[in-house]
Design a protein around this ligand. Structure first.
Ligand code: PLP
Length: 230
């Protein structure tokens, strides 16, 4: 099946999930996560109309983005090291993985001499798993307050999470519901507009949509199995 057909199929499943909870399909966007896939596959996804391309490594995006035409924005969905901040800003339109004040400060420092405002998602380690990226739920308000008061060139546009791995998507549901709850409370607390929710991947995006996802990050169901690392 072509990538175009796979995107269509994903849209149908998104529409069905939206219908189950009376949400509008216009509120759910696809980030096509193209790690290990060649630039030609990314280009096909762009032509098929996905709303964003997602990569989790700066180095890999650097090799691909120049080969992909079109105005589709690119999202960084993997951990960002401080020494890659400058390069990441050249390659990505939105960073979904801001999870510590020190990283926000680094981004701010690089952005300050420009007039650019960078939309970011704060990544939440919703299961508070050891060794996993993301701020633990208890630390979210402090991180958000830091960004609001010290990083004027960063705009908190949403929250992102990867719940603890479980082959049964129903077991991810409480984590998705918890992220939504956190987002609602944070937006009220800081007086922010409604926050985007980046949650759900190939195995569990329908459940994530039922719980309020506005961005689903889809890799394998659009591109097929991952290739050996580039
Ligand atoms: C790889 C990846 C995805 C996509 O995963 P699939 O299971 O292939 O859909 C989504 N989010 C992040 C952060 C990823 O690294």
């Amino acid at each position: 099946m072509s990538i175009t057909d796979r995107v269509k199929q994903a849209r149908d499943r998104i529409a069905a999930a939206c219908a189950r909870v009376s949400r509008s399909v216009a509120d759910v966007h696809i980030v096509a996560v193209s790690k290990t896939q060649p630039a030609s596959a990314v280009s096909e996804a762009v032509v098929a109309g996905v709303e964003a391309i997602g990569e989790n490594r700066v180095q890999e995006a650097a090799g691909k983005r120049p080969l992909v035409e079109g105005a589709t924005p690119w999202h960084l969905v993997g951990t960002l090291q401080r020494n890659k901040v400058k390069e990441a800003l050249d390659l990505f339109d939105l960073i979904e993985t801001v999870d510590r004040a020190e990283l926000a400060d680094r981004l701010q420092l690089q952005l300050r001499p420009t007039t650019r405002v960078l939309p970011v998602f704060l990544e939440v380690n919703i299961g508070a798993e050891a060794q996993k990226g993301g701020v633990v739920p208890e630390g979210l308000v402090a991180l958000a307050e830091h960004v609001v008061s010290h990083c004027p060139e960063l705009q908190i546009a949403g929250l992102m999470t990867v719940p603890p791995y479980d082959p049964d998507p129903e077991r991810s549901r409480p984590y998705f519901a918890a992220l939504r709850e956190l987002a609602d409370r944070l937006a009220r607390h800081l007086g922010l507009p409604t926050l985007e929710l980046s949650m759900g991947m190939s195995e569990d995006f329908e459940v994530a949509i039922e719980e309020g996802a506005t961005w689903v990050r889809l890799g394998r169901i659009l591109f097929g199995e991952r290739r050996p690392p580039i």
